[in-house]
Design a protein around this ligand. Structure first.
Ligand SMILES: Cc1cc2nc3c(=O)[nH]c(=O)nc-3n(C[C@H](O)[C@H](O)[C@H](O)COP(=O)(O)O)c2cc1C
Length: 204
């Protein structure tokens, strides 16, 4: 049966509409929709096709609540808004892959974080297309989160994503973003833009 709700949208229009959502309605999110988002993540590129991502779906209200009470406490209490999100996705990385460990040492680039970042943004954009709001969460107690799931050695929790229907229609707000000319250089590093940036950092 084709899903009549599903109207594919140009990627840029999905990106333009997306904003971080921190207020959710109580409307539950179907596991089908969550899995559609995770399918988008599954197809993401990754270093050496290592696919280090593992996802824990927290959609049981009691489990989610006790997880939230634990990881959004103390200095992390500012993230308590996420207790109202009907779904929290826990983005884990399997660090036991040799390629990722070598990459981190030789290239000084934590490839697993890149991979999880790309997969996570696939989730966020797919969610947006399905009419769901999301917010990345980096401000939580990672140690407590590890303990909560009794994670084995080598599995790292990188980020969380809160997901749900927005409390009210999101009114699109102007995006605070640098202009393209400030961040894009053709064929060379642009020193004059860089000098301006340095000046801005000093005064800012
Ligand atoms: C890796 C990452 C971690 C983030 N962590 C948090 C967080 O802990 N709490 C929060 O409220 N927002 C968090 N955000 C959301 C950012 O604050 C938000 O994306 C940024 O301000 C731009 O706003 P916009 O997403 O509405 O365009 C995070 C975003 C990213 C990409």
């Amino acid at each position: 049966m084709p899903d009549n709700r599903f109207q594919p949208e140009p990627v840029l229009s999905v990106i333009q509409k997306r904003v971080s959502v921190r207020k959710f309605s109580e409307r539950p999110v179907s596991r089908k929709d969550i899995l559609t988002c995770l399918e988008a993540a599954r197809l993401a590129p990754s270093a050496e096709n290592g696919q280090p991502w593992r996802f824990i779906i927290l959609d049981d209200p009691e489990t989610r609540q006790s997880f939230g009470e634990s990881v959004f406490s103390g200095i992390y209490r500012h993230t308590r808004w996420a207790l109202k999100a009907p779904v929290i996705l826990v983005l884990c990385a399997d660090m036991r892959k040799m390629t990722h460990r070598i990459g981190s040492v030789l290239q000084k680039t934590p490839f697993h974080y890149l991979d999880i970042g790309i997969a996570g943004e696939h989730i966020v954009l797919q969610a947006e297309e399905l009419g769901l709001g999301t917010c990345w969460i980096g401000w939580f107690d990672v140690k407590k989160a590890r303990k909560f799931f009794k994670l084995p050695f080598g599995i790292k929790i990188c980020q969380l994503i809160a997901m749900g229907y927005t409390e009210k229609k999101v009114i699109s707000r102007p995006r605070k973003r640098r202009k393209l000319k400030e961040i894009v250089f053709y064929n060379q590093w642009n020193r004059s833009t860089d000098q301006k940036e340095k000046g801005r950092q000093k005064t800012g």
